[in-house]
Design a protein around this ligand. Structure first.
Ligand SMILES: Nc1ncnc2c1ncn2[C@@H]1O[C@H](COP(=O)(O)OP(=O)(O)OP(=O)(O)O)[C@@H](O)[C@H]1O
Length: 281
C-alpha cells in the first residue's frame, strides 16, 4: 500500500440545473510514495481543487476514499496542511503570530522559547527576517504566500497540499518562491500534492505529473514521470534534453483536451474505468 492512496474516488455535486447530480470526476486512483512530490494539471473545472479538498478532509468523496499511512482520512487533521492561493492568513496577527499559532497547535507541550525558535527558523527559510512584526495588510502577495508556506512547513505535516499557491503572485517573485519551496522540501522531504496550471512549475517541482481529462466524469488520463535529475533549478532544467519533450507532451495533452472542454453531463459517467497512460521519456 502506498503512503498516500487515493482509492477509486468519485465526486458528484447536485446539478446546477436542479435535476440529479453531476459527476465531476470518477474512479480517481493515485498512489503516492512517502516524500514524493506530485502535481495535478488539468483544465479549469475538472475537479483538481475538489480532489485536494477531499485529501485534506475538507470535502467528502461520494465514492471511494483516501488512506494516509494505511488509515482512512475522515476529516481535517494536522497531518495534512493546506496552502491556498488566497493566502488564508489571520489578518489581525503578525507574520510571527500567524506561524506561531500553527506551531502551538501542533506542538502543544512546547515552551514559548521553543515555539519562538522554531517559528524564527521558518521565517528565515522563506526570507522574511525583519518582517516578523508586520500584519498581512502590510505584506505583498509574495510575502503573504511565504508566510503561508512557512506556516505549512513549520508544523512538519505528513502531507502538504498546495492549491495553486503561486496563482496570485507575479512571475518573477513566483520563480524565487518556487526555489525556496524546493529548498524547504529538500530539507523536510514532506509528501506534496500540488494543484497547478503552470506546466513549467510542474516540471521544476514534481516527481510525477498527473494529467486530468476534462469533466464531467474527469479522470487521470496520463501520468508523466519527470525524469530530470535533482537538484533542479529554473536555469538548469531547460537545458536538460527531456525538458521540452515533457513540456510539449503536457501542453499537447492540454490542447487535445481543450477541444473537448465544457458541458455538464449526466451523473452516470457510465463507462468502464480506463487506466492512466504512463509516460516516461
Ligand atoms: N460545493 C460545490 N457545489 C456544487 N458544485 C461544485 C462545488 N464545488 C465545486 N463544484 C463544481 O465542481 C467542478 C470542479 O470544481 P473544482 O474547483 O474542483 O475545479 P478545478 O479543476 O480546481 O478548477 P480551477 O482550475 O478553475 O480551480 C466545477 O464544475 C465546480 O463548479
Amino acid at each position: 500500500m502506498a503512503f498516500l492512496q487515493i482509492d477509486n474516488v468519485s465526486k458528484y455535486f447536485p446539478s446546477p440545473l436542479g435535476e440529479g447530480r453531476v459527476c465531476v470526476f470518477k474512479d480517481v486512483t493515485i498512489k503516492i510514495d512517502k516524500g514524493e512530490f506530485v502535481t495535478v494539471i488539468g483544465h479549469s473545472g475538472c475537479g483538481k481543487s475538489t480532489l485536494l479538498n477531499i485529501i485534506a478532509g475538507l470535502d467528502e468523496a461520494s465514492e471511494g476514499g483516501v488512506l494516509l499511512g494505511g488509515r482512512e482520512v475522515s476529516g481535517p487533521g494536522l497531518d495534512r496542511m493546506v496552502v491556498f492561493q488566497n493566502f488564508s492568513l489571520m489578518p489581525w496577527m503578525t507574520v510571527f503570530e500567524n506561524i506561531a499559532l500553527a506551531v502551538r497547535s501542533a506542538y502543544q507541550d512546547w515552551e514559548p522559547s521553543q515555539v519562538a525558535a522554531h517559528v524564527n527558523k521558518y521565517i528565515a527559510l522563506v526570507g522574511l527576517k525583519g518582517a516578523e512584526a508586520k500584519r498581512p495588510a502590510a505584506l505583498s502577495g509574495g510575502m503573504k504566500q511565504r508566510v503561508g508556506l512557512a506556516r505549512a512547513f513549520s508544523i512538519e505535516p505528513k502531507v502538504l497540499l498546495l492549491d495553486e499557491p503561486f496563482a496570485q503572485i507575479d512571475a518573477l517573485t513566483r520563480g524565487v518562491i518556487q526555489e525556496e519551496l524546493i529548498q524547504m522540501w529538500n530539507t523536510s522531504k514532506n509528501t506534496v500534492f500540488m494543484v497547478t496550471h503552470d506546466v513549467d512549475e510542474a516540471i521544476l517541482l514534481s516527481d510525477r505529473i498527473m494529467l486530468m481529462t476534462n469533466g464531467p466524469s474527469a479522470r487521470i488520463g496520463e501520468i508523466v514521470d519527470v525524469t530530470i535529475p535533482r537538484p533542479r533549478s529554473r536555469e538548469s532544467i531547460i537545458d536538460h534534453p527531456h525538458y521540452y519533450k515533457i513540456r510539449n507532451h503536457v501542453i499537447h495533452f492540454l490542447v487535445r483536451h481543450a477541444a473537448h472542454a465544457g458541458g455538464v453531463g449526466s451523473a452516470s459517467g457510465g463507462r468502464s474505468v480506463e487506466e492512466p497512460v504512463l509516460v516516461r521519456f
